[in-house]
Design a protein around this ligand. Structure first.
Ligand code: COA
Length: 158
């Protein structure tokens, strides 16, 4: 069928395609680079979008504990941006979390604030997320001049 979009848990056979897609934006310093080994290790955190069987987007969630989680490694193939694929990926992550948790706080550090606001995220201050600052951010080339915005999505069972 033409233009059938699906979002599912990532499989081992998706690793190379996920890596390729992330690399496009990692080279532009829009997302953090991830090796194939790292993607494989955290594969259970990923969902992937397919359009007519072709992997066209991915998104991962990282659990910091204490009901604090991060949306990360969210990318859509450049030629397919603006078609609802990013929304489908983040909504799948949120739907999965709602099944497993009574409450959670999901955050993103991003340049795409308009996109996240459309999905119900609200602006936040980065200092709310110390674990993130001291792990990934410590190794990020932009750590001393980070211009990404923090946004959060809060769920408390309603
Ligand atoms: C950000 C990204 C994942 C969005 O995916 P996408 O498939 O292009 O977005 P969608 O088509 O699902 O957009 C969902 C909604 O957000 C809106 N939107 C998207 N970008 C927007 C922006 N910059 N400002 C305002 N609204 C925006 C869309 O209009 C759409 O609204 P609607 O559902 O009411 O029609 C994609 O553009 C991408 O891969 N960007 C590069 C990597 C990146 O920045 N990743 C985020 C790192 S945290």
């Amino acid at each position: 069928m033409k233009n059938a979009l699906t979002v599912q848990a990532a499989e081992k056979s998706d690793i190379s395609a996920i890596h390729k897609l992330l690399s496009i934006y990692a080279e532009k310093q829009i997302v953090l680079p991830r090796s194939e080994a790292d993607i494989e290790y955290y594969l259970g955190n990923f969902v992937v979008a397919r359009l007519d069987e072709e992997l066209c987007g991915c998104c991962a969630v990282r659990d910091f504990g204490g009901d604090l989680l991060e949306v990360r490694s969210l990318v859509v193939a450049p030629r397919l941006e603006g078609k609802g694929i990013g929304r489908a990926l983040v909504e799948a992550i949120i739907a999965g979390l709602k099944v497993k948790r009574k409450k959670f706080c999901l955050f993103a550090l991003t340049y795409r604030t308009g996109f996240f606001r459309k999905l119900g995220f609200h602006p936040a201050v980065k200092e709310m997320f110390p674990q993130k600052i001291w792990t990934d951010c410590a190794n990020c080339p932009k750590k001393d001049h980070c211009d990404e915005q923090a946004l959060i999505f809060q769920y408390d069972g309603e």
